[in-house]
Design a protein around this ligand. Structure first.
Ligand code: RP5
Length: 284
């Protein structure tokens, strides 16, 4: 896979045009002396929020400050792709190749930025019967999809792993915030959700379908997204399948969506859906 979305312009949330990179020029192993990526870090990152690294390059601290390719205190700077290289400034180099932009864009961390994607599924039903797709002859799965506020694309309700946070916690927290609006839930409702979450998001229920690099439109030459996507399937449709969905946080809409190959989703989320469909021998 070579990244595609991470070479599109303008860069999300800006008018910044990436330095054009053709398919044959993506790999760092192809020498390209004329390559002049645009240097861009969004104002929201430059402002120095607690989730973002400082500009190590400016401060000349890259060599002695962060521990790349390692667990750096509470920050996990390891990549699922193995060891990544450092560039001439001793800063991480995107292992998937050139993107036309250097620095961090909208991403907080130099190198891998870790996310988690909870894929909550149920069978599409009419009454008690599973709905069978007329072409494939297989039952149709549905998943909880959100419409992202930033770009308007449909996506899995995933989010960033906070420093020191367990991925299993992020999966649950992000689903709560984006698909159930748990941030605004009142006392008793919060308690109910907590109990339900414990059952749904238990280790026994989780099926990891992906752990690796994401072709995210925010990626740059020095910062990129990686995720763990895990499926939680409500086979009987009587637990999470019955929940009232309410968009919250980074989501402007939320709904159950049929899974199939015509799905157009954010970043590489459609690939994860294919794996989920295969896992349950469902329609794709
Ligand atoms: C994607 O960005 C991941 O797959 C995950 O869905 C998402 C996390 O970023 P935010 O939703 O927090 O912006 O690459």
């Amino acid at each position: 896979m070579i990244h595609v979305k991470a070479r599109s312009s303008p860069y999300p949330g800006s008018q910044v045009q990436r330095f054009p990179v053709a398919d044959g020029q993506v790999s760092w192993s192809v020498a390209w002396p004329e390559y002049q990526p645009v240097d861009y870090t969004a104002a929201s990152v430059r402002a120095g929020p607690e989730w973002a690294d400082p500009d190590f390059r400016k401060e000349g601290r890259a060599e002695h400050g962060p521990r790349f390719n390692a667990l750096d205190g509470r920050i996990d700077r390891r990549s699922f792709l193995g060891l990544y290289e450092l560039d001439e400034d001793k800063l991480p180099r995107n292992p998937m190749g050139r993107t036309g932009i250097t620095s961090r864009g909208l991403l907080g961390k130099w190198g891998p930025n870790h996310a988690a994607d909870p894929i909550i599924t149920r069978w599409k039903r009419e009454g008690d019967e599973k709905v069978i797709h007329e072409l494939s002859g297989k039952p149709i799965l549905q998943f909880v999809a959100i419409k992202r506020k930033d770009c308007g694309e449909w996506a899995i309700p995933g989010g960033m792993v906070d420093d020191g946070e367990l991925v299993s916690t992020t999966l649950m927290r992000e689903f709560g915030e984006e698909a159930l609006d748990s941030l605004t839930a009142s006392g008793p409702e919060k308690d109910r959700l907590r109990v339900l979450f414990k059952t749904i998001f238990s280790k026994e229920m989780a099926r990891e379908v992906f752990a690796g690099y994401v072709d995210d439109p925010r990626n740059t030459d020095s910062a990129w997204m990686e995720t763990v996507a895990a499926n939680f399937h409500d086979d009987a449709g009587d637990s999470v399948g019955q929940l009232d969905l309410h968009a919250g946080d980074d989501a402007k809409h939320v709904q159950w969506s049929d899974i199939g190959q015509d799905l157009q989703l954010y970043a590489t989320h459609s690939n994860f859906m294919k794996s989920v469909a295969e896992l349950w021998d469902a329609h794709w």
